[in-house]
Ligand binder design. Structure first.
Ligand code: 5GP
Length: 210
């Protein structure tokens, strides 16, 4: 009855999705996070195998060729992709898995897997706050910030294709994580996911009633 579900969490850069996802995983360590492959360089503090599997474009292409990448996209001149092995490893243990990926990937996963996928878009509360958050990082060039703001606009335009849209208010990441966890719990309680269990329940009652 309790099969692991795939939760795709997207959010324009600066939506705070990394913080929210960490809070969710701290509170419920059974929730797994799929570590993606990327060809971009690590940012300060990022570790290989934890933040991403960092790799060359050649290595990424060979994994893609071998069918090891479930979905992928090009984002700001780099490739990002979900490794099949990550999703299989976690869901086979009956655990939920979070995919922190952008919109193209989110829609590819939804198309490929269907019902077991729930898509959630997180967003900063407004354009000015989003810009402030991106500049506050201080790790990126002006060109890169403009690229990310442009991409954020495009991603927000796709929000209606997601199952849920959640705003991450400033200094309220805990509340945002609470709401996402409630969505996750509610999704497990959708009646269609319990169809098999309900059938068995009714057969057992038949056995009792005779
Ligand atoms: P960043 O460079 O800021 O870590 O990530 C840039 C964007 O790529 C984010 O929107 C992030 O969610 C997305 N991303 C990270 N991993 C994947 C992935 O495996 N597949 C796809 N489609 N997008 C990803």
């Amino acid at each position: 009855m309790n099969k692991g579900l795939i939760f795709v969490i997207s959010g324009p850069a600066g939506s705070g999705k990394g913080t929210v996802v960490n809070l969710i995983r701290n509170r419920n360590p059974r929730v797994g996070l799929s570590v993606s492959a990327t060809t971009r360089d690590p940012r300060p503090g990022e570790k290989d195998g934890v933040s991403y599997f960092f790799m060359t474009k050649e290595k990424f292409a060979s994994l893609l060729e071998a069918g090891e990448i479930l979905e992928h996209t090009e984002y700001c001149s780099n490739f990002y992709g979900t490794l099949r092995s990550e999703v299989v490893r976690i869901t086979e243990e009956g655990r939920d898995v979070i995919l922190e990926i952008e919109v193209d990937g989110a829609m590819q996963v939804k198309r490929l897997i269907g019902d077991g996928v729930v898509t959630i878009m997180l967003a900063a509360p407004g354009a000015a706050e989003l810009e402030r958050r991106l500049r506050g990082r201080g790790t990126e060039s002006e060109e890169s910030i403009v690229k990310r703001l442009t991409r954020a606009k495009e991603e927000l335009a796709t929000a209606p294709r997601y199952d849920y849209f959640v705003t991450n208010e400033t200094d309220r990441a805990e509340e945002c994580a609470d709401l996402v966890m409630k969505i996750m719990a509610a999704e497990h309680s959708r009646s269609e996911r319990s169809a098999e269990y309900i059938g068995e329940y009714i057969s057992e009652l038949d056995g009792i009633i005779k």
